[in-house]
Design a protein around this ligand. Sequence first.
Ligand SMILES: [Zn+2]
Ligand SMILES: [Zn+2]
Length: 894
Amino acid sequence: MSSFNLEFFRRRGYTRRVCRKCGTPFWAVGERDTCGEAPCDPYTFLDRPLVKREYDLDSMREEFLSFFERRGHTRIRRYPVVARWRNDVFLVNASIYDFQPHVTSGKVPPPANPLTISQPCIRLVDTDKVGRTGRHLTSFEMMAHHAFNYPDHHVYWMEETVAYAHEFLTETLGVPEEYITYKENPWVGGGNAGSALEVIVGGLEVATLVFMDLVEDESGDVEIKGVRYRKMDVSVVDTGYGLERFVWLSRRTPTIYEAIYPEVLNALYDMTGVERDDLHAKVLSLVSRLSPFVPQAHLMERIAEEMGKEGHEVTPEEVRRIVEPIQRIYIIADHARSILLMLTDGVVPSNVKEGYLARMLIRRALRTIDEMGCKLDLYDVVKLHAERLSGLLNMDMMPVVEDMLRVEEERYRETMKRGEEIVRRTVRKKGRIDLEDLILLYESHGLPPEFVKSVAAGMGVEVEIPENFHALISRKHERAEVERKKERKMDLPPTRLLYYEDAYMREFDAKVIWSEGNEVALDATAFYPEGGGQPCDLGELRWDGGIARVTDVQKYGDVVVHTVDQPIPVGVEIRGRIDWERRYRHMRMHTATHVLLSAARDVLGRHVWQAGAQKGATESRLDIAHYRPLSRDDVVAIERAAFEKITSCLPVSIEYLPREEAERRYGFVLYQGGVPEGRIIRVVKVENADVEGCGGTHVRNTGEIGFLKIIRTERIQDGVVRIIFAAGPAALEEVQRRDDLLLTAAKKLGTEMSDVPTAVERLQAAWKEVRKEVERLRRREAEVIGRTVTRERVGDVEIRYALLDVDLKTMREVSLKLSGDENVLSILVNTGGHVMVGSTCRVSAAEVAKVAAEAMGGRGGGREDFAQGKGADPSRAEEALKLAVERAREMLNV
Ligand SMILES: [Zn+2]
Ligand SMILES: [Zn+2]
């Protein structure tokens, strides 16, 4: 029994059938025994207009959103493509991602109910298919209407959902009913499931209607694809309408790309000189029509065959020559759009997380441009899209996007330069390159597989790139490792957190409610437990008859546990006192972290995002996502901006807000320090500067920070910069330390502090002069020594040898002088036990050096013309020289 026995279907005369070809149940009107979707049916939408007018992206989006607005849905602004509100995924794949996990689980109410949205999504599993199939994209807009049903508030379910979809298709767009089929296909994803209908029009799947009402549960009573589920309290209407596919449906261009951004493609044809005429259109249309049926490997042959049937005699090779350049244009256009969406939403290309995925697309786009063999600037292509999508984008990010792409391209070029040798080495070592090598070369050296293939081909080695290479890579990087928190179950009432009630509380009274070994829990505490990059408080607990020092404080669930240096019995009333000097330093440092982040965002751009932070009493660090190392100018500007914020004495306020309201008021910038758990969020706001969900302790006013000094910055990984800084008294101490260093240096140089640089310059110049003089003297000494060495003729060769009392550099100089002539063997040993042999004759220098070094209990060797050695016992230097000369004579006399 199908769950889709809808009154709506009955009224319209839709009946349930089973597809003759794929066996899937579907609903349709008229004579039909196939489900309507390719490959069971061809793309009939390309042959006749099914939509009554042509749409572009903007007009179709507006048609959809206003249709649902007129039917009681609230229009919601799109979310960023980087999922800042989630810690399990990096990029938004579907509109429902916006509402997971808290809205779909029922913990948080939706922003409106029902709602409609058009959400840009990035989906990289299809990266390798882009261009080649005529219909795949790495970014698309998912238009949707969502309804969230609760036990006490029902909005709508299947009847209304299907009726809306049908009305939009038939009445608004004018699609004839007999071209629409609804295919049953249960949906499963992310621990949820539900029944679903795919909406097929003229062969093309244009929408999915999901009825999500199940959640994974081993003891559940519903089974789908081998997994058990139970009904949820919340049931969600989750629909997705592919904006780009609807536009294609209305325009019937040979491929989807020509329907959605014709202006971008035309500009690209002009920029690259790639041709595109009616014959090309015919071939491309065949690519779209045949690719659902025909494996990629046979596609060109089949197209040639089809062309032949229509009287165009072309070989598969000719088809390839027509198709390939245009497919490259499609890839560049597609990737540029996804890159634009990601970078304007603040993704910084890097080796981790969403930055990794952005870099993958950028490199693939650059690689494709290289393959075209023409001058094309990726940023120019990105800009073409930006002009058309400006309403959707944070356009003030464009200068940063340009800069990021320049930096990425430079890195890419450097990688390619080094890459050739790396590939050669791999081929030489293994004689082949398999998938594992390809992945390794890509992941640790950034080398695209097509590049590896072309270098290997030059060495006569064939490399096979799997068709889904980028999908394989992106799948590995799609999901975050969700950190397992240290879990310790404390069966105790929650501790009253006095440090939240008053961050300035230094002393408090409380009662010991649990004690085990050296650990105690109190009914209330002002001791801050380690968390959010802030170290715990230290201090003491006093009671009648004892004092215990607090050495560690941790929070488990709602309970704060203090580690003390001696046990305290349960029931004892204590007076706690925290080490205020330490805590106050932490409070200033912590608040300074918020100020610094805000200053960095002001100076560097809105892409700057906290990647980590650790506060200390003497120095702290803030890691930020940024695409290049900080220059001295950057550091100075950030310090100045922080100074402004501190001296403006901005109030710091704390409020507890429901998650949805906090997001509505402040946006996802709240989640810089990570995504907090729970419905209620503690929002720390530095007036006019920074708003973050944060659980630390803060000062009341930025004026209390006093002063912030950046100590140094480091690039800790690609795309992440670490700022090490100090605030408050620690900043003053840092400046004083620097003064001490400078003063000491000035004193040693015998000058004033302000004259240190010029004094150093003078010193360096003098030092250079001295070095030159030393070199000159050394050469002269070598010349003199060279004239005094013993010279002995053996046949046509002259042996020149001596025991020297000079350093290695001079010895080397002498050796060079002596071996300046042909047919000479020079043997030098110094009193330190070093051996140097030079040969311009048939005797091997290596052999002679070995004899001398071994005579002193050491080792020697080298090339035929020059060799060195070192003896362990320099007192035998004279004997070693004698032996070496004798050996040389022997060798010459043979
Ligand atoms: Zn079928
Ligand atoms: Zn904070």
